[in-house]
Ligand binder design. Sequence first.
Ligand SMILES: *[C@@H]1O[C@H](CO)[C@@H](O)[C@H](O)[C@H]1NC(C)=O
Ligand SMILES: *[C@@H]1O[C@H](CO)[C@@H](O)[C@H](O)[C@H]1NC(C)=O
Ligand SMILES: *[C@@H]1O[C@H](CO)[C@@H](O)[C@H](O)[C@H]1NC(C)=O
Length: 220
Amino acid sequence: MSPMRKSSPGTAAPTKERKRCPWLSFWVILVCALVLKACVIYGCMVTLLMGNPSCEEHKALPQGSAEWHCVMGRDEGKGRVWTCCPLGWEPFQTSCYYFSKDIMNWDNSQRNCTGMGSHLVVINTGAEQDFISNYVKRTVIGIRVENYYIGLSLKKGHWRWVDVTPYNETAVFWIPGEPNNLSVEKCVAVDTSQKDNRNWNNFPCIAPFHRICETAATNI
Ligand SMILES: *[C@@H]1O[C@H](CO)[C@@H](O)[C@H](O)[C@H]1NC(C)=O
Ligand SMILES: *[C@@H]1O[C@H](CO)[C@@H](O)[C@H](O)[C@H]1NC(C)=O
Ligand SMILES: *[C@@H]1O[C@H](CO)[C@@H](O)[C@H](O)[C@H]1NC(C)=O
């Protein structure tokens, strides 16, 4: 990840000069700077893996995800950054997403996400909706219906996201004609039988579906 193996110290400097002033050699300083930088990066990676709270914000990693994987990205101002997600989670923009293989009702889905330091996905933008729609389409096998719960449900007659995000009537992706049957269908899932990205459908909350959990990515 960092150009650690450059040239060995001192080889380029003339012998005479090295005798007079060995520690001010350009190459010695350059190599020291590179080694120091590599050590800082390595130290941060190690503390990340060890779960040191100074380097990471996730309180609980999903079981079997003691590792992280990082992708190189760009951050305006900071230049290059690594966006890191727990192993098995998908990075997109500033978040990490977990697409479950197992199914459970909406309450248990949300409980499972919070148990992993995340929440059922909150969809804020069209780009995020497109990412999710494209991802779940790839998981559909044959004609099996593989719906995924999202963090939207009907509470006291109002649609509510699981975080503080207000429900925005103009930033929704319902299947045309949905939501319907509000007295019994109060939980929302991405319906993978849909071809385009207008795929939200409301279901009875006891229906067992897959889930999408979301948590903030860690940038280093
Ligand atoms: C959440 O579900 C995953 C997949 O079934 C499981 O491995 C994990 O232990 C569950 N975590 C919690 C906190 O329920
Ligand atoms: C609601 O969504 C529309 C379309 O994305 C956006 O232009 C508008 O600013 C949003 N309103 C609020 C209050 O977030
Ligand atoms: C409304 O919910 C009931 C009970 O789950 C179900 O039998 C019925 O088919 C639903 N109607 C529509 C239009 O989805």
